[in-house]
Write a protein that binds this ligand. Sequence first.
Ligand SMILES: *[C@@H]1O[C@H](CO)[C@@H](O)[C@H](O)[C@H]1NC(C)=O
Ligand SMILES: *[C@@H]1O[C@H](CO)[C@@H](O)[C@H](O)[C@H]1NC(C)=O
Ligand SMILES: *[C@@H]1O[C@H](CO)[C@@H](O)[C@H](O)[C@H]1NC(C)=O
Ligand SMILES: *[C@@H]1O[C@H](CO)[C@@H](O)[C@H](O)[C@H]1NC(C)=O
Ligand SMILES: *[C@@H]1O[C@H](CO)[C@@H](O)[C@H](O)[C@H]1NC(C)=O
Ligand SMILES: *[C@@H]1O[C@H](CO)[C@@H](O)[C@H](O)[C@H]1NC(C)=O
Ligand SMILES: *[C@@H]1O[C@H](CO)[C@@H](O)[C@H](O)[C@H]1NC(C)=O
Ligand SMILES: *[C@@H]1O[C@H](CO)[C@@H](O)[C@H](O)[C@H]1NC(C)=O
Ligand SMILES: *[C@@H]1O[C@H](CO)[C@@H](O)[C@H](O)[C@H]1NC(C)=O
Ligand SMILES: *[C@@H]1O[C@H](CO)[C@@H](O)[C@H](O)[C@H]1NC(C)=O
Ligand SMILES: *[C@@H]1O[C@H](CO)[C@@H](O)[C@H](O)[C@H]1NC(C)=O
Ligand SMILES: *[C@@H]1O[C@H](CO)[C@@H](O)[C@H](O)[C@H]1NC(C)=O
Length: 818
Amino acid sequence: MKLRPSFFLPLLASAAPSNAANLTSLVNLFIGTASGANGGSGGNAFPGAAVPHAMAKVGIDVSTAPRQAGYIHDNSSITGISLLHDEGTGGNTDGGYGVFPLFPFIGTCSNSSGVNIATCQPGIAARAALRAAGTDVASPGYFSTTFVSGIQIETTSTRRAGLIRFTFPASSTGSNYLVVDLTNDLGRSFSGGTMSISSSGHVQLGGTFLQSYGPSNYSAFACYDFDSVPLQYGTYQSASTSSPAVFDIALSSSSNMSLQFPFTTSVSPVQAGGLVHFNATQVVARFGVSMISSAQACSNAQEEVPVTKEGAWDWDAIVAASQSEWEDVLSRVQIDVEKENATIVELLYSSLYRASLVPANFTGENPYWESPFPFFDAMFCSWDVFRTVHPLLSLTSPREWAQIVSAYVDGWRNTGFIPECRANTKPGYVQGGSDGMPILGEFAVKYAEQAEELGVPTDDLYQALVDTAENTAPDWLTVGRQNTAWIMFDYIPTDWVDPSGDVGLPTREASRCYEYALGDFAVRQAGIALKKSQADIAKYANRSMNFVNMWDPNVTSDGFSGFAQRRFQNGTFAFTDPVTCSPVDPIAHSCARGTDNDSGFYESSSWEMSFFAPHSVATLVRLMGGNTTFVNRVNNYFAKGYFTAGNEPSFNIPSIYHYAGRPDLSALRVRNVVFTDFSTQIGGIPGNDDSGAMAALLTFHLLGLYPVQASTQFLIGSPFVSSYTLFNEAFNTETKFTVSGFDPSTIVATPPSGSRLFVKRVTVNGKDTGSVCTIDFEDVVGGGEVVIEVDGDADAAAARGCGPAGLPDSLETGGFAL
Ligand SMILES: *[C@@H]1O[C@H](CO)[C@@H](O)[C@H](O)[C@H]1NC(C)=O
Ligand SMILES: *[C@@H]1O[C@H](CO)[C@@H](O)[C@H](O)[C@H]1NC(C)=O
Ligand SMILES: *[C@@H]1O[C@H](CO)[C@@H](O)[C@H](O)[C@H]1NC(C)=O
Ligand SMILES: *[C@@H]1O[C@H](CO)[C@@H](O)[C@H](O)[C@H]1NC(C)=O
Ligand SMILES: *[C@@H]1O[C@H](CO)[C@@H](O)[C@H](O)[C@H]1NC(C)=O
Ligand SMILES: *[C@@H]1O[C@H](CO)[C@@H](O)[C@H](O)[C@H]1NC(C)=O
Ligand SMILES: *[C@@H]1O[C@H](CO)[C@@H](O)[C@H](O)[C@H]1NC(C)=O
Ligand SMILES: *[C@@H]1O[C@H](CO)[C@@H](O)[C@H](O)[C@H]1NC(C)=O
Ligand SMILES: *[C@@H]1O[C@H](CO)[C@@H](O)[C@H](O)[C@H]1NC(C)=O
Ligand SMILES: *[C@@H]1O[C@H](CO)[C@@H](O)[C@H](O)[C@H]1NC(C)=O
Ligand SMILES: *[C@@H]1O[C@H](CO)[C@@H](O)[C@H](O)[C@H]1NC(C)=O
Ligand SMILES: *[C@@H]1O[C@H](CO)[C@@H](O)[C@H](O)[C@H]1NC(C)=O
């Protein structure tokens, strides 16, 4: 990107100003933590302690599924406080990670002549305890809850370590125990591991567990130390695999003890771990985590939570450091928190928070290859996050984004393909395309000139794109694309047996075709930005238009003609009712990845997926019959309930009216979607937060922007705040957006007639851009002032269209010019 230095407003410091409000206090970590059971919204948000892009995500785990992030904001009993979690994901309803939980209880494990099993309950079912109502407290960097027994748990953390504080009631002195659980991860998938405990209470653990969304297992390690010397310590283990909840307990106060369970290829029901008996009323545990070894987990703990000169761990300093990292992230988007609507303020900062929890920085924790490049995990999945999370990072977190992009490229460097859904350090399942491609293409078009300085070798980035666009992975179930089919047919045929011998699921043909097309557009975009050959650029531009090959003009639904459909290798179409897999599908269908998916669409309907070609929406408008029919069709999609607010393929549709010259209708629709589907309540996310995908989407809606993936273009909406400032550290710019004529009465689902909702004019540093539909990245982060003038004349807005600069870019109409 080419910046215009004369418009720079230089910053005094490299980060956003420190005179900001206490933004962390505005974050509500419980949004999206309602149970997904019985049709609940199941945001699966993680409300525990974590720093931005943390590996350690410490939180409590409930006993009832679904519990993808461990926590559910209900009265379920708690079985532990564990060290690693996912954020907002779907996948295994039991959840991902949740390894090596600690659990406090009051009891007696031994008397002078043996073990009193009755009150010594380390097993997961027997120990489960209820929280006292209303005691869950969370803020960035801190989480606390209190059991009905009166035991309080608090935690705070760093990238790979942290502290957990247990405060027992005074009355239980002498009977305070902690369980250090080796075997019970959230998925109950223990497949072997070891634990040792020394007389000082130093515990080292390692175990192998199953991924939450993928075919593999992984190993994780931890290290625990306590701030007081135990009265007694020891081990417990299942008496037998057939009696996993009956325990042999061995306690000691002098010699080291250990447990060892050899690796098993099937999950073991065994329960085992350590028991530590304290006399103290308050016990602080320090933990470290690692994917390499328990020794490294211990050194991570020592490094990140050091012993201070006073000989203790500094709880307040760890909390303050985490909070200040969050303050830095949040302050990159600044608004007047006193003046703007309080609900919008809470939604905005809570969303910015969740959009920076993952991908997780596992640098130094890569078990598979040595590399000088960063290593990130929980890319869970690129399919979820390429639409909104990465474009948001591109605006305000360029340095973090560059590291994440570099980790994607390093995945290619070491495996031959851009990772798609790396989770628990292993490749997870591919959902549609290889959607790291639009992420890399977008980085190229936005940061080509700064890439080397930001640590991203651009020749490698481009080669990663080309290899992923051309080669078929032997296991395209977990990485890459079925390029054999894509290149041979220019679409993904149904009923075609791939002769390559490569292994994948031959389903989701139509969805994959649309996503492969966008992936090829990303190669074209990177080719231009990185000055690659005209032949490459033309080739990938051409291939990116092949989504039209899934278009069956003869299919009709609700009076609209032409829908994406599966297609046989002989070229004829296989009919799927376009309503199939929509929220109002009258027949139960599997709409997932498996071979039982017979619709051709992945977590979406033809009604919805037929709107997906961000790089050439003009083609869709043409195929669907022109502006008026297109607008009617979008309206019908919402009116009939085909909109799936809670899942990613729907993300682009509320703003798609722009492409028919009707940004006024997009503005109305976005207001409706935000207030119908999002709120500050525990059920305030319409579906899984999906690694912050929903959070980043809501952020864009509130700021009046929507990103066109793999490009520098943003669609302009009508902001929900009267002004905001974006800080970009790579360009050292601050860009202030002001809504001239901002009308608080539009902050509702259905703005009253005449309220000033519609964008009338946009100026960048005083100059009219000529468009009320789009704004370029260069202007969004270019420094200076963007003024968005709004008015309430709906007829004028409809007549104005996009303004003199015309419709948003589409390849078909010559957009995204070289
Ligand atoms: C921020 O606000 C929270 C909650 O009101 C408060 O506990 C915290 O001390 C404040 N932090 C700073 C740095 O002012
Ligand atoms: C938990 O909440 C549910 C639903 O609100 C209620 O039916 C149940 O009685 C509660 N259980 C306990 C133990 O409080
Ligand atoms: C120790 O506990 C066991 C098991 O409950 C019990 O049978 C035994 O009598 C106890 N011994 C003493 C000395 O309290
Ligand atoms: C006990 O464990 C500690 C810490 O792991 C270790 O330093 C010590 O050497 C061990 N002692 C014995 C006797 O194994
Ligand atoms: C788990 O890992 C082991 C050792 O790498 C391997 O033999 C086994 O097949 C794996 N199991 C699964 C389910 O991935
Ligand atoms: C346990 O704590 C109590 C109260 O602080 C104290 O009186 C007692 O001596 C302690 N016992 C041991 C074995 O340290
Ligand atoms: C990731 O961790 C590495 C190693 O500590 C650090 O240099 C880098 O800044 C971190 N990046 C992010 C985005 O957290
Ligand atoms: C792509 O290239 C093929 C072969 O040259 C050509 O037939 C086709 O029309 C091109 N498609 C587009 C959209 O340009
Ligand atoms: C659509 O229907 C017409 C009339 O039956 C037929 O000629 C044409 O081949 C069909 N097109 C496709 C793509 O199936
Ligand atoms: C195309 O293939 C499908 C599936 O095998 C078959 O049902 C259909 O009859 C074929 N059509 C033609 C024109 O060959
Ligand atoms: C659709 O609307 C846009 C914007 O108003 C206009 O430029 C374009 O010509 C229209 N297309 C057709 C086919 O009318
Ligand atoms: C903020 O907007 C919400 C949603 O329209 C509304 O319910 C609330 O009253 C507004 N708050 C204030 C302080 O105006």
